[in-house]
Design a protein around this ligand. Structure first.
Ligand code: ZN
Length: 507
């Protein structure tokens, strides 16, 4: 997957070891001053070490082309007149943020002109797209939604994403790094555009189609997928060395999915409460489902859930290196907001929504009906899910932050910050919430030697903040500047991007 992200290589990488050895010696004696004559420097900044949960003030970070070349105490570095300086005093530098659960509803032109700049302006320098398109498959499937083009909304094919990456690296457009999903996999009934699968043989064949389409990973959906089709997909993917992520179908437990090798599990769902519940109580919750429907099932799961029972799930996730992406925002939004229409109308961010998303939201708001008793039940259910995810995080399971934009009230860019806030409310420390959008995505993508921390040799995806995110995760919203693959955007430049995006969205 690495080739996808790093299109240009710079020679600075090779000197990293030398530089670190040099720093080690320098720490003992008096450090010699390093002279720098070109590049961009964040001067006198407080560096956030996400893994260590610590702040290191008085540092200067120098970027040359697309990589970080120096991270030194400011007193140990002399900047020549050719260096572009960014004032970091009183400010905080973090690695670029990843939104690990993104969809598109516009056409390709709108993605480029509206959504990409909006992601960047909010410090989101990487996105994992969670629904793709296989043009060969849709061309042979009468009636299926076509792939996204400049004029047609849909899901982007991996080829479209390759085109975007080239435009971004060539600086023809601005945008984040992008991981491409396969067309989603589902059972024989289609609820979203997907490969509709009749049998395990069919499933194996479509895994090969998805690989040939160029997708970075396979996305599982759960509207109608059977257990045997699921296992055929995961087995075939493993044989071909392609990552599987997504939902876990009903009829497959989370432990089973982890053991099968599904790398990423999306959405904190009833399956989490089932996995952390006593067998007897989970069985009666399931029986309640048969007799009394979904809400009776949730009531049963709330009673069954006990964090002390999460042990076997934790063990399976740890053993298999499985990542968990709760996507709380998308699930809680329409329950916690009593007046959805007012919530949208009162929110200035709606100016960054393309017309198609606005009208979809209108439709979805019309469809929402929830009585107070149900709302209260859901609130209790979410409390248990929060507790479950906090338990996973505290047990060492890597959590991925994903917003699931542009679902209802999930705005591109800022939606990620909303999700980080919920993760913190759920019980994650600010450092753990920040890790879910920085170090954990880098590890998930096997890119942790290039992304996820601020160190010499790393790719220069950086966000400069006005306030300390380790004090309050809400401070990730105080974006002063963004650097994406070495390209600097000051606050003025970011405001210009937002303004242009709003104009493009209104078209
Ligand atoms: Zn999604």
């Amino acid at each position: 997957m690495r080739r996808v992200f790093i299109i240009r290589h710079s020679p600075v990488r090779g000197i990293r070891t030398v530089l670190l050895a040099f720093l080690a010696v320098g720490a003992v004696a008096c450090a010699p001053v390093t002279r720098v004559d070109q590049g961009i420097a964040f001067v006198d900044v407080a560096l956030i070490d996400v893994s260590g949960g610590s702040v290191h003030p008085g540092m200067t970070v120098v970027v040359s082309r697309e990589r970080i070349v120096h991270v030194l105490p400011s007193r140990d570095i002399a900047l020549g007149p050719g260096v572009e300086q960014v004032d970091g005093e009183g400010r905080f530098l973090i690695p670029g943020l990843w939104d690990m659960h993104v969809h598109f509803q516009g056409d390709a032109d709108q993605v480029r002109t509206v959504e990409f700049p909006v992601f960047l302006a909010h410090g989101v320098t990487g996105i994992r797209v969670m629904s793709g398109c296989d043009s060969t498959y849709v061309s042979r499937q009468p009636g299926s939604q076509p792939c996204m083009t400049d004029e047609t909304p849909g899901n982007p094919s991996p080829r479209t994403i390759v085109g975007w990456r080239e435009e971004i690296v060539g600086r023809a457009i601005v945008g984040p790094r992008i991981v491409s999903s396969s067309m989603m996999f589902d059972g024989s009934t289609e609820c979203y555009p997907s490969y509709t699968l009749e049998s395990p043989e069919d499933a194996r064949e479509k895994v090969r189609w998805a690989r040939n389409s160029g997708a970075d990973f396979l996305k599982i959906l759960n509207c109608s997928m059977s257990s045997n089709v699921y296992h055929a997909i995961v087995e075939e993917a493993r044989a071909l060395g392609i990552v599987v992520a997504g939902h876990v179908p009903r009829g497959v437990t989370l432990i089973e999915a982890a053991n099968a090798g599904q790398k990423g599990i999306e959405h904190a769902a009833p399956s989490l409460l089932e996995a952390c519940g006593s067998a007897k109580e989970v069985a009666s919750a399931r029986a309640a489902y048969e007799e009394g429907g979904f809400l009776a099932y949730l009531e049963g799961l709330i009673a069954a859930f006990d964090p002390a029972e999460c042990g076997p799930l934790v063990a399976a996730l740890l053993e298999n290196g499985t990542f968990f992406s709760p996507t709380f925002l998308v699930n809680t939004n329409n329950v916690v907001n009593h007046d959805l229409r007012a919530a949208v109308e009162d929110d200035d961010r709606r100016r960054y929504l393309v017309p198609r998303i606005r009208s979809l939201w209108e439709t979805w708001i019309e469809e929402q009906t929830i009585d107070e008793a149900t709302r209260t039940l859901y609130a209790r259910y979410f409390d248990r899910l929060y507790e479950g995810v906090a338990t996973l995080e505290q047990s060492g399971i890597p959590i991925l932050a994903g917003s699931d934009t542009p679902n209802l009230l999930v705005y591109p860019g800022s939606g990620l910050h909303d999700e980080l806030g919920i993760l913190a409310d759920a019980g994650l420390s600010p450092a753990a919430a920040l890790a879910a959008a920085t170090t954990a995505p880098a590890r998930y993508l096997d890119l942790d030697t290039d992304l996820g921390s601020v160190a010499p040799g790393m790719l220069a995806d950086l966000v400069l903040l006005d306030a300390n995110p380790l004090k309050d995760i809400g401070n990730t919203r105080t974006v002063r500047a963004v650097m994406a693959n070495g390209r600097l955007f000051t606050r003025d430049a970011l405001d210009d991007l937002l303004e242009a995006a709003a104009v493009a969205a209104a078209k």
